[in-house]
Design a protein around this ligand. Structure first.
Ligand SMILES: [Zn+2]
Length: 95
């Protein structure tokens, strides 16, 4: 007889990812009709993997929401970028 007991160990691994957006700000977004996080174009390229060119094209087409501060710097709505499908025809068409 085999007296060995089978022991099943369950290991649960949790991963927390933290993105630091030093110049991010929460503001009302007309496109989202609510508060959204606005980030610089540089931060958007780094965090979302979209090129500067794509961002500006999508801003021109009003797909990515944006606003300019009093110094003329442009900030983009992170929610509008996050909502873009990665393989969308919108992005591929413009490349
Ligand atoms: Zn928005």
């Amino acid at each position: 007889m085999n007296d060995a007991k089978k022991t099943v160990r369950k290991i649960r691994v949790e991963k927390t990812e933290r993105i630091v957006l030093p110049k991010a700000r929460i503001q009302y977004c007309d496109g989202c009709r609510g508060e959204s996080i606005f980030i610089s174009v540089e931060q958007a390229t780094l965090n979302f993997g979209i090129s500067f060119r794509e961002i500006f094209r999508l801003v021109e087409r009003k797909i990515i929401h944006f606003h300019e501060n009093s110094q003329g710097l442009m900030f983009v709505c992170a929610a509008s970028i996050a909502g873009l499908p990665k393989e969308s025809a919108i992005i591929r068409k413009d490349i």
